[in-house]
Design a protein around this ligand. Structure first.
Ligand code: N01
Length: 543
């Protein structure tokens, strides 16, 4: 309890029913839901406005790869009808405008404290309240603690020797400046070829004098084929939103796509498969993943899709040596696939070079550029598209302590033994809820669908506790064990765990490997969560 004592002089005015961290998609809806239920709620946000990941990921080309018409809240018919998306895959700026529109419409800002980072959240067992501390030293208390910080909000800047000595400017895609970065006349280096790199590389290449891409692992890209929406499509969509919502909630990933062929890829001949894959390639989006029913479980079936994409790379890229370097060799989908716009075509430009830093890793950043173990590349600017410390990273940035002063980091053995109940709750951490926490469908789902489900489940749970006069809710250890085991068993049957990626923590040096996503799908997950609620919160202790 030592850790809790330093917060004992809490100001009475700083006491709330609920404190939510983060004002992105999760925190905004959580605030609305709890306010509607009559709880005094305060959201803390380290940025200066709403938006979460869409506030900070302003890199050139940043856009979402969920269809815009399902990348929104569905809880309010009024909001659905008043907002109009302009294209299939929305740009960062448009998503941020959408979140601002929602925040204004629901008058959310009055309960959000911006520019304020919560650095500690400790559970006070005697008073049964969470005690928080901001970076500036302000203390606050609340009965309920809800994390809306997401799982991709901690930028990963690899610890390259010499970064401080670099004479030019450098940026991380996940923490991009608000003013335009001017690449004109510059020799730019981009490190990283995940979603952020693949979206930004074609745009930077158009503007920069020269672009060098430092690739450690290539991605599997399929064309986005983004296009503006016409008024007829929009009015049809608006008339059909309840059907669309029903569809996404009862699907596997919360997307519009459904399984195209309910058979193995190996049941078709090579020619038949080629025809099927060509169709989805032309259509654009993520349909490749749902062309057959065994692409993510059967390595041989998976290789047919992988090989199709590899053959496309050879067709698009003129220089076959470059094409070979761009071809991924791991399972398709093992790392998150990427929707691209002119990505492979960019390597046909004269001002673009690809450097393989798997065979010759980056040794250091020098005052004039990047030195690999083979060569020094002179650069005026470096873009780190090196991703995030996913899943546990954002939670570990806060000193979260539950009963007996045990920290979440200790409980989860620095990420080596993460155990949660439903990805929402933790044994030993009463009245704490995580939105899209580890072991929920999170990254393998369309996030607004998962976020709405979590927020509504948590909101309903808190209302239930208040109605029944229950002071605390806490996950039981055996329920947590069983859920974590179930998540692992499902994941082990898939190919997701077989590649090195941020899904498994392999992107961060020294980070323990574990796959922390429930892969059973949003429909099965919702059903499970609802059953638990109906049984009076089975697997939780209510006191
Ligand atoms: O990050 P990533 P991201 N030396 O981790 C490389 C979501 N998102 O920001 O693969 C050299 O995917 C690393 O190499 P490797 C989405 O969920 C969505 O692109 O580890 N290279 C990799 O190539 C996505 O999956 C959207 O070998 C190094 C790259 O950096 C997630 O965010 C848009 C390195 C990082 O790729 C993360 O995407 C953007 C080193 N030391 C993001 N360290 C959309 O909705 C890392 N790398 C479209």
């Amino acid at each position: 309890m030592v850790a809790n004592q330093k917060y004992n002089q809490t100001n009475q005015n700083n006491d709330f029913d609920a404190i939510v961290i983060g004002a992105g998609f999760s925190g905004l809806y959580m605030l609305h839901r709890l306010r509607e239920a009559g709880l005094s709620t305060r959201v803390f946000e380290s940025n200066s406005d709403v938006g979460g990941v869409w506030y900070v990921n302003r890199y050139p080309g940043a856009r979402c790869d969920s269809d815009s018409i399902i990348y929104n809240y569905t809880f309010s018919e009024e909001i659905l009808q008043e907002w109009t998306w302009t294209s299939r895959f929305p740009e960062q700026e448009e998503i941020l405008s959408y979140l601002n529109f929602v925040a204004n419409k629901l008058d959310l800002r009055r309960d959000i404290q911006f520019n304020t980072r919560i650095i500690a959240a400790h559970y006070d067992e005697i008073n049964k309240r969470w005690r928080f501390q901001t970076e500036e030293g302000t203390s606050l208390t609340a009965k309920y603690f809800i994390s809306g910080i997401g799982f991709l909000s901690t930028a990963n800047i690899p610890k390259f020797k010499g970064l401080d000595s670099f004479k030019g400017d450098w940026y991380h895609t996940g923490n991009w400046p608000h003013e335009k970065v001017d690449f004109k006349g510059k020799r730019v280096g981009v490190i990283g070829t995940g979603s952020s790199g693949i979206q930004s590389i074609p745009i930077i290449a158009q503007e920069a004098d020269h672009l060098t891409v430092f690739q450690r692992t290539p991605g599997y890209c399929t064309p986005a084929r983004n296009h503006p929406y016409d008024p007829e499509f929009i009015s049809k969509t608006k008339a059909n939103y309840s059907k669309i919502r029903n569809h996404t909630r009862n699907s596997k990933g919360g997307y519009l796509d459904t399984l195209i062929n309910n058979r193995s890829a190996l049941d078709d001949t090579l020619e038949e498969r080629q025809r099927e894959y060509e169709k989805v390639w032309e259509k654009g989006g993520f349909s490749m993943q749902v062309t057959y029913n065994d692409l993510m479980v059967n390595p041989e079936a998976n290789d047919t899709a992988a090989e199709f994409i590899r053959s496309k790379i050879s067709e698009i890229v003129n220089d076959q040596e470059v094409a070979e370097k761009l071809k991924p060799k791991y399972y398709y989908g093992g790392k998150r696939p990427v929707l691209d716009t002119n990505y492979y075509e960019t390597y046909n430009r004269e001002n673009v070079a690809l450097v393989d830093v798997k065979s010759a890793p980056i040794a250091e950043i020098t005052p004039n550029g990047i030195r690999t173990t083979e060569h020094e590349y002179e650069l005026d600017m470096i873009v780190f598209a090196t991703g995030f410390d996913g899943m546990t990273g954002p939670l570990f940035k806060i000193d979260i302590r539950g009963k007996d002063g045990l920290s979440l980091k200790e409980k989860w053995v620095n990420g080596a033994k993460v155990k949660t109940y439903l990805g929402i709750a933790n044994a030993g951490f009463p009245n704490m809820f995580m939105i899209t926490g580890p072991q929920s469908p999170s990254a393998l789902s369309n996030l607004p669908v998962s976020i709405e489900q979590h927020v509504e489940w948590i909101g309903d749970c808190i209302e239930y506790l208040r109605k029944k006069g229950v002071e605390t809710i806490e996950a039981n250890i055996d329920a947590e064990e069983a859920w974590s085991k179930h998540c692992k068993e499902l994941a082990d049957q898939s190919l997701y765990t077989k590649a090195d990626s941020w899904y498994t923590g392999a992107n961060i040096e020294g980070k323990p490997r574990s796959f922390l996503i429930y892969i059973g799908g949003v429909q099965a997950y919702r059903q499970k969560c609802d059953e638990i609620a109906v049984r009076g919160y089975d697997g939780f202790s209510l006191t």
